[in-house]
Design a protein around this ligand. Structure first.
Ligand SMILES: Cc1ncc(C[n+]2csc(CCOP(=O)(O)OP(=O)(O)O)c2C)c(N)n1
Ligand SMILES: [Mg+2]
Length: 255
């Protein structure tokens, strides 16, 4: 097997912090493939993350400049980096909790200002690292460590939120759609403006086992089944559609 992406990994970093079946490791590789296909020099990039399992994707793994910052504040740090040196390609990689719960206000305002940041949200629909607490992205009815009788609230649709706030490249893909996702990351890298990709990433440890999707492969199968394109959704009944996750590009324009 050719380990083509290994050249992007920081020497000396051993092992992985991710649990078996976690989608974050897949995403870690797909981001590198997008960078590799565009032949972007890692010296021109800065990766910024907050706190959480997803925040470990760039740091310490990527062999480039990485800023592992405070919970919820990745976008504030990234804004500072971009303002200090606009030549840099600044990519934020963090979790759904980090970016849209504690960091939700930074998210809508960075989008509103259309700051040229490439934001990859690793969305496992839960606070993974801290023990499986409910997040602003947790589906209604889901069991978490803090909603043992089911989450009573509807989740954010992060793409709609960012699009309404002013983000100019907005897309959603799952780690089970690797080719489309690599293509989307490449578009975000080339887009000048606030780019946001909501990446669905399975968390068997904290989400799956509490919601009767017990095995990692069942979570992957579940995502493969549920993720569809808007065009495919049109032929479904309201009930069938409610179970699905609409993926694709929702917004791609210059401001
Ligand atoms: C100010 C502050 N509040 C709370 C925490 C605890 N905390 C660390 S990570 C995290 C949630 C992470 O969830 P997410 O961003 O979705 O990442 P995941 O682990 O699911 O990949 C929380 C609540 C913290 N570190 N700092
Ligand atoms: Mg999460």
């Amino acid at each position: 097997m050719v380990r083509a992406m290994e050249k992007y990994l920081r020497p000396g970093v051993k092992g992985t912090p991710f649990c078996p079946g976690c989608g974050h490791g897949i995403l870690m590789g797909l981001i590198l493939r997008a960078i590799d296909e565009l032949k972007i020099d890692m010296n021109e990039m800065v990766f910024v993350s907050g706190i959480g399992c997803a925040a470990w994707i760039p740091s310490p793994h990527y062999d480039g400049d990485t800023l592992h910052t405070l919970h919820g504040r990745a976008l504030a740090f990234a804004t500072g980096v971009k303002i200090f040196n606009p030549e840099l390609c600044v990519m934020v990689i963090s979790g759904d909790g980090d970016l849209s719960s504690i960091g939700g206000n930074h998210l809508i305002h960075a989008a509103r200002r259309n700051i040229d940041l490439k934001v990859i949200c690793a969305n496992n629909m839960i606070y993974g690292m801290t023990g499986g607490q409910v997040a602003s992205t947790t589906p209604k009815g889901s069991t978490t460590s803090t909603t043992q009788e089911g989450n009573p609230y509807r989740p954010f649709d992060l793409c709609k939120l960012v699009e309404a706030a002013g983000g100019t490249y907005v897309a959603r893909y799952s780690v089970t759609q690797p080719i489309s996702l690599i293509g989307s990351i490449k578009k975000a890298l080339l887009h000048v403006g606030f780019s946001f990709i909501d990446v669905l990433s399975p968390c068997p440890t904290q989400y799956g086992r509490r919601n009767r999707i017990d095995r990692p492969e069942d979570m992957i199968q579940d995502l493969i089944h549920r993720c569809i394109l808007e065009e495919e959704a049109q032929s479904l009944t309201e009930e069938e559609r409610a179970e699905r996750i609409i993926t694709g590009e929702f917004s791609s324009w210059e401001k």
